[in-house]
Ligand binder design. Structure first.
Ligand SMILES: Cc1cc2nc3c(=O)[nH]c(=O)nc-3n(C[C@H](O)[C@H](O)[C@H](O)COP(=O)(O)OP(=O)(O)OC[C@H]3O[C@@H](n4cnc5c(N)ncnc54)[C@H](O)[C@@H]3O)c2cc1C
Length: 435
């Protein structure tokens, strides 16, 4: 089959490699320039490229199932593979610890090395049916044709927008701001054993994020319109904030840790879901499919984006392998997405509003069914619930698995339980410290 893939993010690369290895002829079109040979790759077509990424074990599972050599190449590029266990099945799993800016070049190069893959550097503008049941993609480098066209262009709108129902989306009105740090060779032994952590303060969250051996990020989540904390984008202000917050200061000890580059402000965290069909429920163009963040983009606060993207990609491989007629394939993918993907979007969107209620409204409403984040925290000390909670956290069970815990969480909220705050400056105090 001739397959055109629009967008070479993790989803497009994964699909391109897997289809090439199945003997399909694949054309990949991406507007961004390929990575430089010396691994310096300042930017890409996605804004989050330099923001911290946690790659869930589902990512490793997908790569191991289709392309274990790529996992080996990631290790060569510096990834640590951390071992864990899926509580539900007792099976071992592995988490890839590597920065996004090092992961993507490995995927791009693995894709480019595939014999059945052709690269086109261009922007895809539109798509329409062509003679012989084919599909034509209009690009800035000219038209490309395939039997199948897969839109993996991410969540930014622009390609094939009018060929499916509009996205559902929720703006959590929270933004990221982060900075990477390099540990000195002996730094690890002088820093707290538990490097990663998340601490909730009044008006913001602070997170320390372990990327790979020797590299961490500090990440603040703040209300997008909090002007005071917008000042964190200045490096000196960021340093002052880190020094003023005890768990951060302990981990970003200047004796053992130095900044790697500039502070990176991020855009608003918006969760989005978009099905495959027109508002009428019809297939717009048989053979056109949308996958990855182009279909489901849960906001990043639980690091689910790449996992849900590759879950979709695996489902698409299965559907294309099954040789279904193309319109049936679209309907089957739409239904699967609705059942297995959309719940993660809904869950994430509800979770993200918790910060808004706590920070903007000043409190949570106990009469509203609590979001999963609250269910987890309120029940974390109950050992008997450990497996149920962990199955959800590990994405082995859909969010519906937590529904039975809603009443007891609501009771806790009515009794006055609230997520624990860490002692430290509130948003107003932090704004003064950094101004
Ligand atoms: C701030 C932030 C933090 C995140 N953190 C995490 C995390 O911790 N863990 C996690 O799993 N996920 C995280 N994510 C999500 C993760 O980044 C995505 O899931 C991941 O990028 C996979 O997306 P993709 O391959 O579908 O699309 P993308 O990575 O967005 O790639 C799309 C590609 O399409 C190209 N493109 C776009 N339009 C066109 C066009 N018209 N023509 C040609 N090419 C085009 C772009 O150049 C790009 O290369 C985060 C997201 C954000 C915003």
């Amino acid at each position: 089959m001739d397959i055109v893939i629009v967008g070479a993010g993790p989803t497009g690369c994964f699909l391109g490699i897997a289809w090439s290895r199945r003997g399909h002829r694949v054309v990949v079109v991406d507007r961004a320039e390929p990575p430089a040979t010396d691994d310096s790759w300042p930017g890409r077509g996605v804004g989050q490229f330099h923001q911290p990424h946690f790659f869930r074990p589902q990512v490793t599972d997908a790569l191991n199932a289709e392309m274990p050599d790529v996992v080996a190449a990631l290790e060569t590029a510096g990834a640590e593979l951390r071992t864990g266990t899926y509580v539900r099945t007792g099976e071992a799993n592995r988490t890839i610890m590597l920065r996004r800016e090092k992961l993507d070049p490995v995927l791009w190069r693995s894709l480019a090395a595939e014999p059945n893959v052709t690269w086109v550097r261009a922007t895809a503008r539109g798509v329409a049916s062509a003679p012989g049941g084919r599909i034509r993609v209009q690009t800035t480098a000219g038209p490309l044709e395939g039997d199948l066209v897969v839109n993996t262009s991410g969540k930014v709108r622009g390609f094939a927008d009018d060929l499916r129902a509009p996205a559902e989306s929720v703006d959590g009105r929270v933004s990221y701001i982060s900075r990477q740090y390099q540990l000195s060779p002996d730094g690890r032994e002088h820093l707290p054993e538990q490097l990663s952590g998340q601490w909730l303060f009044e008006g913001y969250d602070a997170i320390v994020f372990e990327h790979e051996p020797g590299v961490i990020s500090v990440l603040f989540e703040r209300l997008s319109d909090d002007r005071g904390l917008a000042g964190l984008r200045d490096s000196a202000a960021f340093d002052r904030a880190v020094a003023a917050i005890e768990p951060l200061a302990l981990r970003v000890n200047p004796q053992y840790v130095r900044p790697l580059g500039v502070v990176r402000p991020g855009g608003r965290l918006i969760s989005q879901y978009r099905g495959q069909l027109l508002p009428s429920g019809e297939v717009a163009l048989p053979g056109l499919l949308h996958a990855g963040e182009a279909a489901c983009s849960p906001s990043p606060s639980r690091g689910r984006g790449t996992a849900t993207s590759l879950m979709q990609a695996r489902k698409l491989l299965e559907l294309v392998d099954s040789d279904l007629p193309r319109d049936e394939m679209t309907v089957a993918f739409h239904q699967w997405s609705h059942e297995h993907l959309r719940p993660w979007y809904v869950d994430q969107a509800r979770d993200d509003l918790v910060s808004l209620h706590l920070w903007r409204d000043g409190d949570l409403d106990p009469d509203v069914a609590p979001a999963s984040r609250l269910i987890l925290e309120a029940n974390a000390d109950d050992e008997s619930l450990h497996d149920q909670l962990a199955a959800y956290v590990q994405m082995q069970a859909l969010p519906a698995t937590l529904e039975s815990l809603i009443p007891r969480t609501q009771q806790a909220l009515l009794r006055g339980w609230r997520p624990a705050l860490t002692p430290g400056p509130d948003a107003g105090e932090l704004a003064k410290i950094i101004s």
